[in-house]
Design a protein around this ligand. Sequence first.
Ligand code: NAD
Length: 288
Amino acid sequence: MTVIYDRVALIGLGLIAGSMAHAIREGGLAREIVGYARSAETRDTAREIGLCDRIADSAAEAVEGADLIVLAVPVGAMGAVAADIAPHLKPGATVTDVGSVKQSVIDAVAPHIPPGVHFVPGHPLAGTEHSGPRAGFASLFRNRWWLLTPLPDSDPDAVARLSDLVRAMGAKTDTMEPAHHDLVLAVTSHAPHLIAYTMVGVADHLRRVTDEEVIQYSAAGFRDFTRIAASDPTMWRDVFLHNKEATLDILGRFTEELFVLQRAIRMGDGQQLFDYFTRTRAIRRGII
Ligand code: NAD
């Protein structure tokens, strides 16, 4: 049990902040965890389940005296929250975020960070399709990557201390350029979510002509493939609005590949399909 930060403030009390609260408490990594969420209902639920040591009634009150402030709200809300808390930040404190997109969050948050306060952006590559204050659990980050995208002038000690916290919660950490992060995540997370949402949309069309058979008799492929389409709509709306270029680039490439396979099916080109599936299966089997 090693205290890494005296007081941690979690802004936004959903899956990620909730999991952090559990993991920090389990590891004894902070003396006090203070939480705040915009909705009174979420704050009440957080109080009821004892998610944090204290739930504040404003973001300003939550960050007062905090050594680490975690912005765990949808990507589109990060800038407004940063502006709101800026005057109340303690000199020497570190602000981080857990947003799924990095460059736009940096552009929105960095201008509000006062001199003497450190900003170290980050992104845990861990999640489930569940959201809200009851969704979190301590082991969410175990053995998962937590990427940090420090700015050129980020204080190395602040980066190292945040890395210590991330590792103490069970995650592996690495640093990355923000724009590169956004491209990598467009391939590994953002585009797959959009395609899963789309597949459910297609099934919904068919439902009207097959009397709900598509949903009722969903084979494993559909279930496995579309699990992530149950994810939070606000979070994902914001991801696509804020990682526009990289997502459109990947979707363009995806569409081209789909047309290649579509043509192979139309032409009865079994060899092309077999070769494609053999190559991609080998890649997929390399992912544990
Ligand atoms: P969530 O929907 O479970 O929780 C979001 C919380 O933020 C809610 O408690 C909501 O009340 C609160 N909130 C919204 N706007 C707010 C505002 N303006 N001020 C204060 N609170 C506000 O979401 P989550 O899954 O925990 O995601 C939070 C962040 O983490 C997002 O930026 C998301 O991109 C990122 N993230 C999510 C996942 C995932 O798989 N869910 C994974 C990694 C990173």
